[in-house]
Structure formats: structure tokens, C-alpha cells
Design a protein around this ligand. Structure first.
Ligand SMILES: *[C@@H]1O[C@H](CO)[C@@H](O)[C@H](O)[C@H]1NC(C)=O
Ligand SMILES: *[C@@H]1O[C@H](CO)[C@@H](O)[C@H](O)[C@H]1NC(C)=O
Ligand SMILES: *[C@@H]1O[C@H](CO)[C@@H](O)[C@H](O)[C@H]1NC(C)=O
Ligand SMILES: *[C@@H]1O[C@H](CO)[C@@H](O)[C@H](O)[C@H]1NC(C)=O
Ligand SMILES: *[C@@H]1O[C@H](CO)[C@@H](O)[C@H](O)[C@H]1NC(C)=O
Ligand SMILES: *[C@@H]1O[C@H](CO)[C@@H](O)[C@H](O)[C@H]1NC(C)=O
Ligand SMILES: *[C@@H]1O[C@H](CO)[C@@H](O)[C@H](O)[C@H]1NC(C)=O
Length: 490
């Protein structure tokens, strides 16, 4: 009994971790360097707002006050994010310059000797450094998380200067007062780092949308499949990338293929999108009868007369004389159902193949339907993928359709009639629909506040690979670090 429980747990957890991602993000050291720049910038801003409490005290014969203590300069000499373990990064900063300024006041009194003075002072920390580990993780609902630990900092020599006053009086309290300031910095720097990464990061990450709408009834599930991992070359993030029906959440019954390896590190980010992502969308569309529709004279626009059984020059009745004879002054309807889930193939091109039955009816004058024949159709479209503003688009390049007539109750259907149905009715109806779908585009899991710079698309086996550099766009009010997020649908 025990064994079987443990066994099934093992199999289950193995099954979970073995699942291939639908989307793989790889951020190279160059990409991480941008995060570093942003983090360094944010740290500088955050440190400058740090409050340093005034130092007051008295020593033999002297009372002193150091007030209005402010950080005047904080500059990271060298800052970097590097791999620490498989799931953590180390943020190291060296040669930090920290200058503090403030106002001093003292009163000296010994027997009848009294001195008092005030003025400004500066404290300069040099050669400061820190190291902090940032642990990557996921929360219960598939969003990324960040935690910090092992914060270590060191200091070089401290120089201070009091302007004006009596040197021999400063000697009485300066060391102690400056020590007080130094302690505050030492006690706070790790707290600031922790807040910067955790609070700031967490606040941002907790707002991450991991389910992004596509169209009106579907959404893409961009939840993390596993904890982001650090290898020597990449910070790698695996996302489910499955499309769900918005109010049912049933996943497609198939799974993504393994992604082809990528060893290139010349760009900042590599985003691989499996054909699985598009196939789950088609799966949902198929399963929820989105691929079932009727073409009637009411919904083919200016071509509506084409479906008339009687006309002067160009209509279906001209090509199928049987119906012109039996059903004059009527119109024909095509009822389409897809008979198999359409499939996206990605190889040297991107194509979508679909299969369906088209039942052809005539609608009589008293509105009753009369069955005529069925067309079984197999169609394929070639799509050219494009990328713009973090959205992946398809451009319909060409479509082909093959048809056969079956179950006719009106005898043989002429080839010309079929060709007419294909070229003049089906294609003009379907093409804008497919283009429309493609034009809506697919929202990519792009890092918030980051923009793609000169993205390139490459077709791999079963996947589209986007290779891109990134640009950080600071947004006023919102500061973000380490965000690898999907963008919300526009
Ligand atoms: C100390 O910091 C102040 C304020 O930034 C600056 O003006 C001064 O030059 C610094 N002194 C040294 C020795 O770095
Ligand atoms: C197509 O027309 C038939 C007959 O009028 C109707 O029963 C069916 O619901 C229609 N299908 C769609 C998708 O509108
Ligand atoms: C097609 O049929 C409709 C309705 O029966 C009619 O209004 C229209 O004029 C016809 N078109 C042609 C070209 O005969
Ligand atoms: C079809 O319409 C034409 C023109 O309106 C009319 O002359 C003809 O009698 C109609 N035929 C039938 C069978 O209703
Ligand atoms: C499609 O048409 C073929 C041939 O008429 C038929 O055997 C098949 O059952 C049809 N499929 C559907 C889903 O209507
Ligand atoms: C419609 O008219 C046809 C003959 O024109 C007839 O066979 C059919 O029963 C009629 N249908 C209805 C619902 O009246
Ligand atoms: C049409 O029929 C031919 C011969 O039966 C068959 O080879 C072909 O695959 C069929 N095409 C479609 C689209 O069903």
C-alpha cells in the first residue's frame, strides 16, 4: 500500500516535470545585463531616499547634534548578475561610492571654557561592496517569484570632513557619531536590497497576468511550468503556452514536442513558440464548434446572387442545371462542418491544414431546406509569420483546397460547378476569415517594460523562434526588476 502511494507520487511528479513547455524563453547574459542596469538604477534611487536618523550625544564636556543627514551620492562601480545555482542568481556590486552630507552643531563646556559651533560635514564611504543571492521560484498559480538571502556587504575606509569648528573638539565625538551613521548604513543596506528585489519584484510579479485573452472566447495560459532555471548561457523560463476555452479550462489531449536546442547567445532573448500553442487554439475552436458555419446569400456580401438557382448570367443554377430546373428562384446554402481538428505544421514554412464536409442545400420559397449533395474538402493554407510590438501575426500567403462530391441526390455534379463553389464562394468567404484570425495576432509573453529591438523570426522543426534584443522602457511610477511577463492583450 505504502509503496504504491510513493510509486504513484513518483510517477505523477515525474509526469509533471516531464511535460514539455509550449513556450520557452531564454535570456542570455546580454539580456540579463539589461536587468542589471535597471536594478542598479533602481537601487541608486532607492538608497537615496533612505532616511538616516540624526546623531545626538554627549561625551566628556561636549554635546553634539548631527542633523539633516542625507545621501548625496550613491554609485555602483561594477554590478552584475551571474549564475549561482540552477535556480538562483548572485547580484554582486563592487566599488560602490557613497557620500553622505549633513549639518553639525556642538557645545563644549569645561569650567569656564565654552565653545559652540555649527556647520556642514561630509562622510565618504569607499570601496563598498555587496553580494546577495536571488532565488527564483513559482507561486501556487504559476507566476514567478523572487526571494533574497545571504546578503553580505563589506566596506573600505571611511573619510569624513567637518567644515569650520575646532579640530580638537571634533576629535572628542566624531568617531562615535560617524560610527552611528556607518551602523545605520550597514544595518539598512541589506534591507534595501531585500525590499528592492522582494517587495518591488513581488508586487510586480503578483500582478502578472498569466492568462491572456485571445479573441472573445479563448485565452492563452502562460503559467510557469517549473522554476526558472539558470544555466551557464541562459536564464530559461518554461511556460505552458496552452490555449484554453475561457469558461471551461479543459486542456487539449496532446502535448508539445521537445524544442530544438538553441546554442546561440548573440541576441539578448530567444523565444521559442511550439506549434502546440497554435494547435491547442485550433483544438479549442474545433471542440467548441467554432469551425461550423453556414454560407448563405445573407452572409456572402456582394456575391449573394452567386447562390441563386435562377439568374441571367452568373450563378450556381447556371452550372448545376438540375437545380435551376427543380428549384427556380431559390437560393443555395452551404453548411460547413470541420470533420477533423485543423493542424498547424511548422517546418520550412508555416501551414495549416483543415478537413471538412460541406453539405449543399437549396432553400425553397416556403423556407424549407432540400438536401442536394455533399462535398468533402481538404484545404491547406500557407502563412507567413510576422512580429510587431510583441504580437505575433500571420499573413495568409496562399490557400489550396481539394474537393470530392459524395452522396448526391441530383446526379453528377459538373467539375466546373465545384470549381465555381471553390473559387467564387468558399475562398472569398474563408480567406478574410483566416486573415482576420491571423491579423488579431497572438500575444507573446514579453517582459513588461521591455521592448523587442529588431526581432527576427526563424522557423525550426515544430517551432517558431524569435531572436531579439531588448530595450528597457522605464515607466514613470512603476519600477520593475526581473520581470518576465506576458503582455496583456491590446
Ligand atoms: C566626499 O563627498 C562629497 C559629497 O559628494 C564630495 O563633494 C567630496 O569630494 C568627497 N570627498 C572625497 C575625498 O571623495
Ligand atoms: C445552419 O443552418 C441550419 C439549417 O437552417 C441550422 O440548423 C444550423 O444551426 C445552422 N448552423 C449554423 C452554424 O448557423
Ligand atoms: C437572386 O435572388 C434574389 C432573391 O430571390 C433576387 O432578389 C436577386 O435579384 C437574384 N439575383 C439575380 C442576379 O438574379
Ligand atoms: C421566378 O421569378 C420570375 C421573375 O420574378 C418569374 O417570372 C417566374 O415566374 C418565377 N418562377 C417561378 C417558378 O416562380
Ligand atoms: C463527411 O462526409 C463523408 C462522406 O460523405 C462522410 O462519410 C462523413 O461521415 C462525413 N463526416 C461528418 C462529420 O459529417
Ligand atoms: C415546401 O414546398 C415544397 C414543394 O415546393 C414541399 O414539397 C414541401 O413540403 C414544402 N415544405 C413546407 C414546410 O411547407
Ligand atoms: C477524392 O476522391 C479521390 C478518389 O476517391 C481520393 O483519392 C481523394 O483523396 C479524395 N479527396 C478528398 C478531398 O476527399
Amino acid at each position: 500500500m505504502w509503496l504504491s502511494v510513493i510509486f504513484s507520487l513518483l510517477i505523477f511528479s515525474k509526469g509533471l516535470s516531464a511535460r514539455n513547455p509550449g513556450i520557452r524563453l531564454q535570456i542570455t547574459q546580454k539580456g540579463i545585463h539589461i536587468v542589471n542596469t535597471v536594478a542598479a538604477d533602481l537601487l541608486t534611487k532607492n538608497v537615496k531616499t533612505m532616511k538616516i536618523t540624526k546623531q545626538t550625544g554627549h561625551d566628556i564636556n561636549v554635546n553634539y547634534d548631527l542633523t539633516d543627514i542625507k545621501i548625496e551620492k550613491f554609485q555602483l562601480g561594477k554590478s552584475s548578475f551571474t549564475r549561482y545555482t540552477d535556480t538562483s542568481l548572485r547580484w554582486t556590486a563592487e566599488n560602490i561610492d557613497l557620500d553622505i552630507g549633513g549639518q553639525y552643531k556642538y557645545e563644549y563646556s569645561r569650567f569656564f571654557v565654552k565653545y559652540s559651533d555649527k556647520g556642514s560635514f561630509t562622510v565618504n564611504f569607499s570601496a563598498m561592496s555587496f553580494k546577495i543571492i536571488i532565488q527564483l521560484g513559482t507561486d501556487g498559480i504559476g507566476r514567478p517569484t523572487v526571494r533574497t538571502f545571504q546578503c553580505v556587504h563589506t566596506y573600505g575606509p571611511i573619510k569624513y570632513v567637518f567644515h569650520g569648528g575646532q579640530d580638537w573638539i571634533f576629535k572628542l565625538f566624531a568617531e562615535k557619531a560617524i560610527q552611528g551613521i556607518r551602523n545605520q548604513i550597514q544595518n539598512n543596506i541589506c534591507g534595501i536590497l531585500k525590499d528592492l528585489v522582494e517587495k518591488n519584484g513581488q508586487r510586480v510579479l503578483s500582478n502578472v497576468k498569466v492568462k491572456i485573452p485571445v479573441g472573445n472566447s479563448m485565452m492563452v495560459d502562460y503559467r510557469l511550468l517549473s522554476v526558472p532555471s539558470m544555466s551557464t548561457n541562459y536564464l530559461e523560463v518554461h511556460l505552458r503556452g496552452t490555449v484554453l476555452w475561457r469558461n471551461s479550462q479543459t486542456e487539449a489531449s496532446f502535448s508539445p514536442a521537445t524544442f530544438p536546442s538553441n546554442y546561440d547567445t548573440t541576441k539578448m532573448a530567444y523565444i521559442a513558440i511550439s506549434n502546440y500553442v497554435f494547435n491547442t487554439m485550433l483544438y479549442q475552436a474545433y471542440r467548441h464548434n467554432m469551425l461550423v458555419f453556414n454560407i448563405t446569400s445573407r452572409n456572402i456580401g456582394y456575391k449573394k446572387s452567386m447562390l441563386n438557382t435562377t439568374c441571367k448570367d452568373n450563378c450556381i443554377g447556371k452550372l448545376i442545371p438540375q437545380i435551376a430546373k427543380s428549384f427556380p428562384n431559390c437560393s443555395v446554402e452551404l453548411h460547413m462542418t470541420s470533420t477533423k481538428q485543423p493542424v498547424t505544421n511548422i517546418g520550412s514554412i508555416v501551414s495549416v491544414t483543415a478537413e471538412g464536409n460541406i453539405s449543399v442545400y437549396v432553400r425553397e420559397l416556403n423556407n424549407s431546406l432540400h438536401y442536394l449533395f455533399r462535398v468533402s474538402a481538404v484545404g491547406g493554407s500557407k502563412l507567413n509569420p510576422r512580429i510587431n510590438n510583441g504580437i505575433l501575426y500571420g499573413q495568409l500567403a496562399r490557400s489550396e483546397i481539394q474537393t470530392n462530391v459524395t452522396d448526391s441526390v441530383i446526379g453528377t455534379i459538373d467539375e466546373k460547378a465545384l470549381k465555381f463553389l471553390e473559387d467564387d464562394i468558399l475562398t472569398p468567404y474563408l480567406a478574410p476569415m483566416v486573415s482576420g484570425l491571423c491579423k488579431r495576432g497572438f500575444p507573446l509573453p514579453i517582459m513588461d517594460n521591455f521592448q523587442f529591438v529588431q526581432p527576427e523570426l526563424k522557423l525550426k522543426k515544430n517551432a517558431i523562434l524569435i531572436e531579439t534584443n531588448l530595450k528597457y522602457i522605464p515607466r514613470s511610477g512603476k519600477s520593475t526588476v526581473l520581470r518576465f511577463l506576458p503582455k496583456e492583450e491590446i
